[in-house]
Design a protein around this ligand. Sequence first.
Ligand code: GLA
Length: 380
Amino acid sequence: MTYLTCTSSILLALAIVGAASGGAEKANSGISKKPFGKMPDGRTIDLYTLTNNHGMRVAITNYGGIVVSIVVPDRNGKPGDVVLGFDNLEGYLGKEPYFGALVGRYGNRIGKARFKLDGVEYKLAANNGPNSLHGGVQGFDKRVWTAREVHGEHPALELTYLSKDGEEGYPGNLSVKIVYSLAEDNALRIDYSATTDKDTVLNLTNHSYFNLAGEGNGDILKHEITINADRFTPIDGTLIPTGELRKVAGTPFDFRKPAVIGARIDADDEQITFGKGYDHNFVLNRSGAGLSLAARITDSESGRVLEVLTTQPGLQFYTGNFLDGSIHGKGGKAYGRRSAFCQETQHFPDSPNKPSFPSTELKPGQTYHQSTVFRFSVNK
Ligand code: GLA
C-alpha cells in the first residue's frame, strides 16, 4: 500500500465512523468570534456566535451580555432573525430600550428608587419617573463582561462580571456568572448565578424583543400567546405593583388559553391604560422548583413557535408599547410601536419594598441560581 492510499483509507474509515456516530453532522455546531466594535475608551468588544446543527444561530456580545440576533428557520426552513437589535456596537452605545440585554442588578422597577434592607435605606438612581428601572443609569446591560467560550456538550458562552459594593447604589460585591448555551432542540438556555459578600437584592433577566415573523417585519399583534398564569400583579400609574395578586379571569390578562395579542391590547381597562398595552408581571403557575413552561407564542404566518421555560416566579409581558419608529435597527429598519414582545422572566417588580412578594434577597454564603430557556420550533 502506498502512503497516499493508506492515508485515504484511514480518512475514509474515519469518515464512516464519524457519520455513524453523528460526528459528520456535528460539523456545523460550535462557537465563532469576531470583533463587534470599540468602547469609547478603546476596549475591544466581541460578537460570539453559537451555532447548532438544526439551523439555529445565536449571536451574543460581551457588551451588556446582549443577545444581538437569534436566527431560526420558519416552517419552510427559511432562516430569519427573530429579535430586534443593531448591526454593530455603536447602536447599543446610543439610547436604546434594552434590546436583548442582560438586565441587572434589578430587572424592572424599584418604587421611588429606594429600598430598605436590614434597617438600612439604599438610594438608587431614579431613571424612570420617580422609580429605578433595570439596574439604574449604568446597569449590567452597559457593562463590559469577561467572556469565555465553553466547548462542552453544547456550544456555550460564559460571561462574568464583578459588580462592586455600592455600584448603582446596591450593597455588596456581587460576582455574577451567566452561561448562554444552545442545544440541538433549538433551545437557547440562560443560566444565571451570583454570590455576594454582603446582604443585597438581585433580580436578573434578559430583555430580548421577539418578533416571530422576523425583526422589522411589522407588529406582533397577530401573534398568539398562552401564559401559564392565573394571576398578575396590577400596577399603579408609574408601573409599580400595588401589592395585589389579581386573578386574570374576566380581564384582558387572561391568556390561560391561546389568545391573539392584539385582541384586547387596547381594551377599556385601567391596567391596560397604565401599561399603554401589556407591560405587566404575571404570577406563574408553578409546581415545585425546576424549569416549567411559562408561555408559548405562535406566529401563524411563519409557523414559528417560541416556548419560554423558567425557574423564576414571574414573567413580564411587554408589548413594545414605547417603540415609536424613531429607532432604526438592523439594516436601518425602523422599529415601530408593538413591533416586538418581551418575555422577561423575573421576580416581581418592586419586591424589595413588598414583603409579601417572593424575596429577592441574597446573603453571603448563598448562591443565586435561575435558568430560562427560549425554545423554538415550527407548526407545520
Ligand atoms: C420593561 C418595562 C417597560 C419598559 C421596557 C424598556 O419591559 O416594564 O416599561 O421600560 O422594559 O423600554
